[in-house]
Design a protein around this ligand. Sequence first.
Ligand SMILES: Nc1ncnc2c1ncn2[C@@H]1O[C@H](COP(=O)(O)OP(=O)(O)OP(=O)(O)O)[C@@H](O)[C@H]1O
Length: 275
Amino acid sequence: MGDNPYQDDRGNKDRSITKTHGVGQTPLRKGGKAVPVEGDAPFLIGEAMTGGYGKGPDILHECTIAVNAGEIAVIVGPNGAGKSTAMKAVFGMLDVRKGRVLLDGEDITALSPQDRVQKGMGFVPQTNNIFTSMTVEENLEMGAFIRRDDIRSTMEQVYELFPILRDKRRQAAGELSGGQRQQVAVGRALMTKPKVLMLDEPTAGVSPIVMDELFDRIIEVSRTGLPILMVEQNARQALAIADKGYVLVQGANAYTGTGKELLADPDVRKSFLGG
Ligand SMILES: Nc1ncnc2c1ncn2[C@@H]1O[C@H](COP(=O)(O)OP(=O)(O)OP(=O)(O)O)[C@@H](O)[C@H]1O
């Protein structure tokens, strides 16, 4: 375990919360050449990522986010903490100046977003995530653009997960409610048959009831065995369904633990969950 970069985080048998205040103090990585221990490595990890937009300053400071096979990992934190930026970095939309991204053990840091999709990453961005003038079904078909095989069984699975989309399949996606649009966006990502799903604020701008419904759907998707890494504003609700939670502050890891641990932690409660 000595060289395991996740030692403090995952190797800890009591799975206690890792507190990592301050830039450059991440305990998730020791040295630059550590290799994950087989079988204990997350399925997808953005590891000790430092980077920003264009030639601008660093927004992320040795930030690590990851998701294990079959789990839901949630990223929370205050506005502007860099949650979306961290997701973009993992998806290859940001120049990662230090650190790396591993997918199923493979270093994909140098790959374009398109190539990452080919490798099995599904990403649902926070905004502009559907084609509003196209029908629901056309959106799903567009989602399958990288595939050359028969997509009908996948579409059937999406309709089973999101029955409302079957009812509205001939309707323009732009005519749907906010929660339904988000289902289209997630369904579209699922059409590539991804190995991991990344969601940036899937419940943004929806009512609490719709948010609960969306979370139920996300849990269902997760039960199909697909690992899910997501950013959420609704920290309390998201941590309640999370196997793993990351609290980011100013582009760095502030707290890491199971969803349950973070929800129970007095500091996290006070600072990020409204007491
Ligand atoms: N395209 C961009 N170009 C330059 N700076 C950006 C860009 N997008 C975000 N930033 C900056 O990066 C920082 C982190 O923003 P980011 O959107 O990642 O935070 P967040 O935690 O997702 O916030 P929120 O919860 O408000 O969505 C902010 O200071 C923001 O101004």
